[in-house]
Design a protein around this ligand. Structure first.
Ligand code: GLC
Length: 473
């Protein structure tokens, strides 16, 4: 009998997505399902299309008691791509316009919403036996504490940090509403500058803590990247390790991608996509390099650096396309930039198919992130033959090698790196990229090399499974 794993995430592609967590929560369980019996559980947000995915009630509705208040709850389920998905529906958690709130502020009752999510997971763990429960980010971190309290549950817990900048910090007063005893309000448990910090529960009580790249695992022990938790993490560092994310090699493949105007298997084949894309966004110059930015318009992604640098980059002989959404002030600044420069095109939305077309059309991907736990876009760019220009930090440092050291025999992906998150350094990297672009032979050779590199889950899923086995010994 293969082991049973419950994978817990607050967002899973294609059901609901705000960032990379959703992609990983889709692709990692799929990879692990080859070895284990994996089930994935998430909230049944209002925005999820129940009919499309055949999601139906599972068991009877009931009331969940938390902090002396009862909340109506109904589990749902469906099978999708060979995986069983469980969904938790309770109005307070699910009936909202957004998953967590706006880009400016989270919902005020997020502690209650994800407290409910965690207690509901406990019901699943009590109802049936799971060997491992794999928790992700602060939204499910409390489960580690709750399992630890429940001596009857033998399930082992693993907690993955996808981004330490989001910790789930709330007023002290929420404790009673989420049914957590006051004795947990201490430094070695949930207390954090006189507030309650959810992510601390995952770090303190999970049997194993992972994060999404080896470099980020080291960085978060430092003051610069530790977001105030470096000391706490250091204390628990014996069980902390970095495991690099992978991408879904089937979903991100220019050979079979149905979003593209023409599929391709080498960099020459990108031309059709590039012309079609430029035409679509009304930019001219197929022979000029096309730089793209795809992702959340957030500080973490280096938006200030990007905005500051774009005026200079736009004066170079190139085209620039930006896709994403985020904080309003970034929308405003980017809009002004795109009005100032005819060669900058801005699209404010989240659009998966459009993103795929951009990877296919582009020559370079801009990723000036201030910090990056792993980053998936640089790996997707490799697969589509777009060369990434990245800040040498976190997962970017683990996945992108300097093109000046290009070695055809290696299995690494190559790109352009810069060391300091300052405009001079970033613009310098873009200049280097232009030089590379003008050496057509080398540019194409590197892009073709990158396209063949393996960034799938094969290696990392094996590392996770070794970790599971170790916990179960
Ligand atoms: C978060 C991180 C990103 C990582 C993703 C998946 O979105 O910011 O770096 O790739 O989670 O783990």
């Amino acid at each position: 009998m293969s082991r049973r794993i419950l994978f817990v995430s607050s967002e899973v592609y294609p059901f609901a997505k705000t960032g990379g967590l959703a992609d990983v929560s889709h692709s990692l369980p799929r990879a692990l399902n080859a070895i284990y019996n994996v089930e994935v559980v998430m909230p049944l947000y209002r925005s999820i299309d129940k009919e499309k995915y055949n999601i139906s009630p599972w068991g009877k509705p009931f009331d969940l008691l938390m902090g002396g208040v009862s909340y109506p709850l109904q589990f749902h389920s469906c099978t999708f791509e060979g995986i069983k998905y469980l969904f938790i529906y309770t109005p307070c958690l699910c009936d909202r316009e957004f998953l967590y709130g706006t880009h400016e502020a989270g919902y005020e009752d997020n502690a209650i919403r994800f407290g409910l999510f965690s207690w509901a997971i406990m019901l699943l763990l009590k109802g049936e036996h799971y060997d491992i429960v794999h928790l992700n980010d602060w939204q499910s971190a409390l489960v580690a504490l709750l399992v630890n309290e429940e001596s009857l549950i033998s399930t082992k817990t693993i907690f993955t940090i996808h981004n330490l900048a989001y910790q789930g910090v709330f007023e002290h007063s929420v404790l009673k509403f989420i049914g957590i005893d006051e004795r947990y309000f201490t430094m070695d448990a949930l207390e954090f500058y006189n507030k309650v910090n959810f992510i601390k529960a995952g770090i303190a009580y999970a049997q194993s803590v992972t994060t999404v790249s080896p470099t980020y695992a080291k960085e978060i022990l430092s003051h610069k990247y530790g977001c105030g938790l470096e000391g706490f993490l250091e204390l628990h560092s014996y069980k902390l390790r970095g495991i690099l994310n992978g991408i879904d090699a089937e979903h991100f493949s220019p050979v079979s991608d149905t979003a593209l105007v023409a599929t391709y298997n080498s960099v020459k084949g990108k031309r059709v996509s590039k012309s079609a894309f430029l035409k679509h966004i009304k930019l001219k110059g197929v022979t000029k390099p096309l730089f793209v930015f795809i992702g959340r318009f957030a500080e973490q992604k280096g938006m200030d650096l990007l905005i500051e640098s774009l005026d200079k980059i736009a004066h170079m002989d190139c085209n620039i396309a930006l896709l994403g959404e985020g904080a309003n002030h970034f929308h405003e600044e980017l809009t002004l930039l795109s009005q100032r420069h005819k060669n900058i095109h801005l699209t404010i939305k989240y659009d998966e198919a459009f993103a795929h077309q951009m990877y296919a059309a582009s020559d370079f991907l801009l990723m000036p992130s201030l910090f990056e736990p792993c980053g998936l876009n640089q790996m997707i760019a490799f697969a589509y033959g777009s060369i990434p220009i990245v800040h040498h930090v976190g997962g970017l440092a683990d996945t992108v090698k300097r093109f000046d050291g290009y070695d055809a025999a290696s299995s690494y992906g190559y790109g352009v790196l810069f060391n300091t998150p300052k405009s001079r350094s970033f613009v310098g990297a873009v200049q280097k990229a232009l030089d590379l672009y003008s050496d057509k032979k080398l540019f194409e050779e590197i892009a073709n090399h990158n396209m063949k590199c393996d960034f799938s889950w094969t290696k990392s899923a094996k590392i996770y499974s070794d970790l599971y086995e170790k916990l179960l010994k």
